[in-house]
Write a protein that binds this ligand. Sequence first.
Ligand SMILES: Nc1ncnc2c1ncn2[C@@H]1O[C@H](COP(=O)(O)OP(=O)(O)OP(=O)(O)O)[C@@H](O)[C@H]1O
Ligand SMILES: [Mg+2]
Length: 432
Amino acid sequence: MHHPAVPGPVVKAPGGFRVPAHSVTTRNLGAAYPLVAEAGHGHRGVLVGHDLLGGSFVFDPFELYRDGVVSNPNMIVFGQIGRGKSALLKTYLWRQSVFGRRAWVVDPKGEYSRLAELWGVAPVALRPGGSVRLNPLDPVRTASQPEAGGVSEDPARRQGELLASLASACLGRPLAPRERAAVELALGAVRANARVPTVPGVAAALLDPSDDEAARIKTDRASLLEDGRDVALELRRLVHGDLRGMFDGETTPGLDLSGPLVVLDLSALYSSAALGVLMACATAWLQAAVSRSSGQAFLVVDEAWAILANLGVARWLQASWKLSRAHGVANVAALHRLSDLTAVGAAGSEQVGLAEGLLSDSETLVIYAQPPGEVAKAADLLSLSSTEVELVPQLRRGVALWKVGRRSFLVRHVVGSEERALVDTDAAMVTW
Ligand SMILES: Nc1ncnc2c1ncn2[C@@H]1O[C@H](COP(=O)(O)OP(=O)(O)OP(=O)(O)O)[C@@H](O)[C@H]1O
Ligand SMILES: [Mg+2]
């Protein structure tokens, strides 16, 4: 019989899809892999590919959330380089477009341009000194619930948290309480004066506090200035350093966000040390923009490991995942290794908490092949069965273990012939 990780011959199915032929019954496979032998979870949603235990696999996080199968629509896709994470995301978004769902993509490698072209939109390319500027402090629309998952949705607080995490990413350490207070006061001063706060505005306010602000925390102006100086200098890196011209002012007017797809192409800085901060700024801006739009949407952060490499920014990302649920947004992150979740910063309970938090906020996990050691380490965290631990390292390109709520599926992602151009990131074509 065929091992499910090594699917049988491929046959041409209607609609141009090439699907693996089955030479064993579901029942047989079920006996061989009891813990992944589940009947499909319904037929509403977009076709992903083949459930290797039989039938097709469809998936729609919004439907599953509505039906109570998952308690959030967020998803994380794990997989070694070249396993098919981005291919899945691109075709999935494309197939979702039929249902009128919108998508917002943080694209660090500049590989979503074909998708954008098909969808009739131009990617927004960010580069130092380029023509597009995004303000990560753009206000988030407040959802009807003031609290989502225990996270405050007060726009000022969100902006304060983002600024603090960006500053701590640049400083390479968490902010001290007096630094946080200085940030909050500076942000308050800017908000009182300007229409929309900006990073240079806050940096300038940090370097020029008023007596009134100082009095509010029972200190004097000189001490408050001293408290905020390091943060101000680090925030200035966003204004003058690698990321200059990208996040250091109000958002470029006239950016068309009305299309069904918005792609932020960050490839100009893909190999920069500032990639994590860049992605955090881009994601912050997208989240604010998504919150002001209507309808269900996907917010995809490809190569999200770059954000998670920094604990402060990662924590902010996790908090904002909770909020977007209130806005009808399904967050999707792609990571290389299971340990991307646990290996951020120094070891300790904080990292474990972060990983657990992100996982509990992502009830759909798509796990492509991982080295055996990785899988074994993450087994508890991801509630993988011993069968699954054995199976994951053997999965071929395009085949993944899907954990949807409490259920597991083994799915071969099917790429239609007309979708090839969308997903091809290899120089050498492979025969499937
Ligand atoms: N299900 C599939 N069917 C056919 N081809 C696929 C499938 N999945 C991936 N590929 C091909 O494999 C190559 C690598 O896929 P992809 O770019 O999605 O990998 P990735 O996991 O995102 O890698 P990276 O970590 O480098 O970003 C692409 O050229 C794509 O065409
Ligand atoms: Mg990829």
